[in-house]
Design a protein around this ligand. Structure first.
Ligand SMILES: [Zn+2]
Length: 145
């Protein structure tokens, strides 16, 4: 996760909510997932990279999350991915939804781990594929009423 993507979250800091200002440094890591605690050099306030992003709040470990996206990007469906890693289909769907909701965070994660190359076309394509499929089945079920 590139530190430039985190803004300072202290409203009274001159660099509040600015990204890429070079003010954010790694302070320490904590917990089972080695979540990063970041520090703003401008105001000295520390905060967790987890703050405000539903994606980082997830219960699975990073390696499993990476495998889920890898499998989906490879073209495996939700059911096949769930079966391969012994997860429920709902869990796999949850990560698809999170990628929609928290797009930039998920993209950064996948790029950092080398799952996708620099552009975001692979992830965008994956999401389009699942959104359009869902819309199609919504239309079908509406027509059936
Ligand atoms: Zn600050």
């Amino acid at each position: 996760m590139n530190l430039d993507t985190f803004p300072c979250q202290n409203p009274s800091c001159p660099d509040f909510n600015k990204t890429g200002a070079g003010n954010i440094n790694l302070y320490t890591r904590y917990g089972r997932k080695q979540v990063r605690l970041l520090i703003c050099k401008t105001c000295g306030r520390t905060f967790s990279e987890l703050k405000g992003t539903p994606f980082w709040d997830s219960r699975l470990d990073w390696d499993t999350i990476e495998k889920i996206y890898r499998s989906l990007l490879k073209g495996s469906g939700i059911r096949a991915t769930a079966r391969e890693f012994n997860l429920s289909k709902n869990t796999v769907k949850r990560y698809l939804r999170l990628a929609n909701k928290d797009y930039q965070t998920v993209l950064n994660f996948l790029q950092e781990r080398g799952v996708v190359s620099n552009g975001d076309s692979q992830l965008r394509e994956l999401l389009n594929q699942f959104t359009s499929r869902r819309q199609a089945s919504d239309r079908a079920s509406m027509a059936a009423v």
